[in-house]
Every structure is written in structure tokens, then in C-alpha cells.
Design a binder for this molecule. Structure first.
Ligand SMILES: NC(=O)c1ccc[n+]([C@@H]2O[C@H](COP(=O)([O-])OP(=O)(O)OC[C@H]3O[C@@H](n4cnc5c(N)ncnc54)[C@H](OP(=O)(O)O)[C@@H]3O)[C@@H](O)[C@H]2O)c1
Length: 252
């Protein structure tokens, strides 16, 4: 540990959250990782402590706040990363339960976690980051519920920054584009496409080097390690092959 700072990452049992927890730990911070599953970080480096946490559950959020309050190292960064996709479906055919679930996790979850930890971040002159998506600006077909949740998240983040103006807290949204979590697409894509490997393969067909969770984690660390007066409001990142949401270069 190099710094006397604790950083909390939600949804850190896999994907971007896990890569971020590991990158922050490697950069010298104490990391509080919070997700429903603990078992997927069995060999967590000593600088990472894992906490069972459900972003949709108010009691769980309150427990995380107590953990932060009792932690010997002050919290200076919260990364609101926990998020879920919706199953691919048209607006006409989508299940409203899916809409509610996505909104509850991706929007309300980030709101209630931020509400709980904001007093610590204000006191410690900290930073709150949100993992949004390029879909939070430009939607794609068969993804309306997810796109709507990320649009809502972006609106909330922009509002929060206005409301915190004058407080010593930085507010950042990181919006990744096409990402591949692992060889099979990642848990997020398996969920989105109901574990259909052909549908997942079609997304990445002929795309040279989609983003990886580690690419996004590096952006989180970079934004966090700028001087305290430098607030990166929004960082949109895509693979080189993706010039825009619907403009993807494919070699095959
Ligand atoms: N994959 C992409 O293509 C992509 C692109 C742009 C943006 N994003 C965004 O990046 C973030 C991470 O995505 P990812 O691809 O890394 O997904 P992932 O591999 O599926 O990981 C999602 C993480 O969120 C956690 N999570 C889900 N529901 C939760 C809940 N109710 N409470 C606490 N933790 C919860 C999961 O852990 P548990 O199941 O253990 O709780 C898991 O650690 C999301 O906000 C996503 O919208 C993803």
C-alpha cells in the first residue's frame, strides 16, 4: 500500500469491476470490493477486501456505509460499476420486468450507493466515478431498456456534478463502447444474449481488438490520479475499430 486512501468498487467480482479493483490495488490503494458473490476473488491481493453487497438492497448499502465508516483508511474514491444488461429484445417484445430490474440495478443502485457514501467523499475531498456506456448517448436496436438505464445514469451524473459544484468532490462518467469481457464475450454478453454463443460471436465478428475490462480499468485509474482540481467529466472510449455506435470496421 502506497497511499493512505481507500477506494470502493461496486460489482467487483468480475469484468470491469474486478479489473478496476486489481488496477487500483496495483496502483497502491486500499480497495473495498463490493458485490453479491465473494467467491470469484478467492486470491484477492492483500490490498483488496471483499464485501458481500447488493446494490439494489438498501440494508446492504447501509452495511457498506458502516464498513467504510469503520475502515481505518479514509474513502476517497467510489466507482459505481455494478450493472446488468437486459436480454436482447425489441421494445415491442421486451418484458417490463426486465426494464424494472435494469433500472433498479443500473440507476437506483448507483444513486443509493452514492447517497450513502457521499458524506465520506465530501469529508475526504474525494471522487465518485460511474461506469456508463456509449449506449447512454446513442442506443442500439434490441437494447432499449439497457440504453434507457444508461441515459438515465448519464442524466443523474450530470445533475450530481451541478449540485456538488463548490464541494471538493470530482464526478466522472466513464462510457465504454464495444468490450469483450473474455473469450466467450464475458458474463455481461452471456446474460444479454441468453448464453447464445452464436449471437455473441456475431457481435465481435471480424472486429480487431474490442476493449477489455483492463482497458476500462486503466481509464478509471487515470481519471482518479489526475490532480485534485482536474475533473474528467466524461470519458467515452471505444476500440479503434468502432468509429461510432453503428460504424464498426470488420475484417470478415
Ligand atoms: N460489457 C460491456 O460490453 C459493457 C460496455 C459498456 C459498459 N458496461 C458497463 O460496465 C459495468 C460492468 O460491466 P461488465 O461488462 O464488467 O459486467 P459483468 O462482467 O457482468 O460484471 C458485472 C458486475 O456487477 C455485479 N453486479 C450485478 N448486479 C449487482 C448487484 N445487484 N449488486 C452488486 N453487484 C452487482 C456483478 O457481481 P455479482 O453478480 O457478484 O453481484 C459483477 O461483478 C456495467 O455497469 C455495464 O453496464 C459494460
Amino acid at each position: 500500500m502506497l497511499f493512505d486512501d481507500a477506494h470502493a468498487v461496486t460489482g467487483a467480482s468480475g469484468g470491469i469491476g474486478r479489473a478496476t479493483a486489481e488496477a487500483l490495488e496495483k496502483a497502491g490503494y486500499t480497495v473495498i470490493s463490493a458485490s453479491r458473490r465473494l467467491t470469484t476473488i478467492p486470491s484477492a491481493p492483500t490490498g483488496i477486501t471483499t464485501h458481500q453487497f447488493d446494490v439494489t438492497d438498501a440494508d446492504s448499502v447501509a452495511t457498506l456505509e458502516r464498513t467504510v465508516a469503520e475502515h481505518p483508511v479514509p474513502l476517497t474514491l467510489l466507482v459505481n460499476n455494478a450493472g446488468i444488461p437486459t436480454h436482447a429484445a425489441t421494445v415491442a417484445d421486451s418484458d417490463v420486468t426486465d426494464w424494472r430490474g435494469t433500472y433498479d440495478t443500473n440507476v437506483i443502485g448507483s444513486v443509493q450507493t452514492t447517497q450513502a457514501l457521499l458524506p465520506h467523499l465530501i469529508r475526504n475531498r474525494g471522487h465518485v466515478q460511474f461506469i456508463g456506456s456509449t449506449v447512454g448517448r446513442v442506443p442500439y436496436e434490441r437494447g432499449a431498456a439497457y440504453a434507457a438505464s444508461k441515459h438515465a445514469l448519464a442524466a443523474m451524473v450530470q445533475t450530481l456534478r451541478l449540485e456538488l459544484n463548490g464541494e471538493p468532490v470530482r464526478v466522472t462518467e466513464i462510457a465504454p463502447g464495444m468490450m469483450r469481457g473474455d473469450e466467450a464475450g464475458g458474463e455481461f454478453m452471456r446474460e444479454r444474449f441468453n448464453n447464445d454463443p452464436e449471437a455473441i460471436a456475431a457481435v465481435y465478428q471480424g472486429v480487431d481488438h474490442p476493449l477489455t475490462p483492463e482497458d476500462v480499468a486503466e481509464c478509471v485509474v487515470w481519471c482518479a490520479t489526475r490532480p485534485a482540481h482536474v475533473d474528467v467529466d466524461l470519458m467515452e472510449i471505444r476500440p479503434l475499430a468502432q468509429a461510432a455506435q453503428h460504424k464498426v470496421h470488420r475484417t470478415s
